[in-house]
Design a protein around this ligand. Structure first.
Ligand code: HH2
Length: 413
């Protein structure tokens, strides 16, 4: 029987079983993997010299550049943009040519980062644990010590209840706990530094003494972060991405802690009134890069930074879905990607569940989708045990490295 089948290609190595089936030995497979798969790179922010360089370099490397002459009808592209397409070896040569050309270093760096999206960020130590990004999807458990959080407000508002919940989340398999004392839901009331400290500090102290799960403090205030880091927290999760409190980056850096920098359009008070983007992925990327620059200016090493597209923070349901589908593109920044979809309103809109605590199944669907697309390194969830089970299956399917044992004929190299 003649069979023709398309091959599911998430990454170029997905083609390898087909090349084995063709009977090709290792060197030939490696050669073809460089030649066959094509990538499309969208470039923005180019100056005239870069545009000129790309036009010429695309000729010599045989990569195709979508420059005006390739566009039917000779439409003008927006200045500063290009779409470059080619096989892996052509794009590598293009990046090398940029590296060697005068004044093209920023272009070379951008191309190199785009070509390295499949390479996981370096492992990160948090407290006693090491997060080996790429091996599996890690789980951050949400612990809100607030009366008004959208999903669990008031449930663990006393220190005792919050500590008990933290122990429960740790027991359910959380890799990290995110402890917050101020709700970020649209329209939430602001909380004073003293009040926020009173809420989170006893919980962080006690959990740090009792469990070895690293703790993250969900705050935008440097005074809260300083106290929390002093009490044993290993990470600062700031929804303003260091744009709110100018001391926060330096405080985080001085403690040697990690930081999660999240994208948000507007402020929690206004963000959902009429969010607009022309290109949501590009705008999120640009703002996250600016946030990383702020972190570095405050003394933080890039390898201690995680990024987060900020699902539901100044985004319509359509923006959220588009971003989640394009999550792998955020990898060009080279930082681990954290995603928080848990119980959020877009899940409610899709499932018809108005009450946030009824959004578990929809949440698990979103967690499975972002983990399977290999776009998320860490997912922030309220229901840790349930997400752990879902991820055990999703990761086994989507990330499993079978080492070639299923399809490589034995005895052949
Ligand atoms: N979402 C919330 C709060 N903090 N931090 C990051 N990095 N990413 C997120 O998506 C994120 C976050 C909102 O969820 P929750 O903590 O449950 O609610 P509230 O802010 O009302 O306490």
């Amino acid at each position: 029987m003649i069979l023709a089948r398309p091959i599911a290609l998430d990454r170029s190595s997905d083609l390898e079983p087909a090349l084995v089936r063709l009977g090709l030995p290792t060197p030939a497979r490696a050669y073809l993997l460089d030649k066959l798969p094509h990538a499309q790179l969208l470039l923005t922010g180019l100056g005239r010299p870069e545009g000129r360089f790309l036009r010429e370099a695309c000729e010599t490397t045989s990569a195709a550049g979508l420059l005006p002459r390739y566009v039917p009808g000779n439409h003008q592209l927006r200045p500063g943009t290009a779409l470059v397409s080619g096989a892996r070896d052509q794009l590598d040569r293009l990046a090398q040519a940029a590296r060697a050309a005068e004044g093209m270093r920023p272009l070379a760096a951008a191309l190199e980062r785009a070509l390295a999206v499949d390479v996981p960020p370096p492992p990160m130590s948090l407290g006693e644990r090491t997060f080996a990004w790429g091996e599996r999807t890690y789980l951050m458990g949400v612990l809100n010590v607030t009366p008004d959080s959208f999903s669990d407000g008031g449930l663990h508002a006393s220190p005792q209840a919050a500590i008990a919940r933290g122990l429960e989340l740790a027991g359910a398999g959380a890799d990290l706990l995110d402890i917050g004392g101020e709700s970020t839901r649209p329209g939430a009331a602001a909380v004073s530094t003293d009040e926020e400290l009173q809420r989170v500090l006893p919980v962080i102290e006690e959990l740090h003494a009792r469990i070895d799960v690293p703790l993250s403090v969900d705050t935008s205030k440097s005074a809260v972060a300083r106290a929390a880091l002093g009490a044993g927290a290993a990470m600062v999760n700031d929804v303003t991405a260091f744009a709110g409190d100018s001391e926060l980056a330096a405080v985080t850096a001085a403690a040697g802690a990690a930081a999660c920098l999240m994208h948000m359009q507007g402020t929690p008070r206004t963000m959902q009134s009429d969010p607009r983007y022309e290109d949501v992925v590009a705008e999120v990327l640009e703002q996250l890069q600016t946030a990383i620059d702020r972190a570095e200016a405050g003394g933080m090493p890039r390898v201690r930074v995680l990024i987060d597209p900020g699902i539901g923070f100044g985004k319509t349901p359509a923006h959220n879905l588009f971003l989640l589908r394009h999550l792998p593109e955020l990898r060009v920044l080279g930082c681990p990607v954290l995603v928080g979809t848990s119980r959020k309103s877009f899940v409610g809109a899709l499932t018809g569940q108005k009450a946030p605590h009824r959004r578990l199944f929809g949440t698990l669907g979103s967690v499975a989708a972002v983990a399977a697309r290999a776009g998320a390194d860490l997912v922030r969830v309220h229901d840790v045990g349930e997400a752990r089970e879902a991820l055990a299956v999703v990761d086994a399917i989507s990330r499993a490295n079978d080492g070639g044992t299923l399809w490589a004929p034995t005895g052949r190299s």
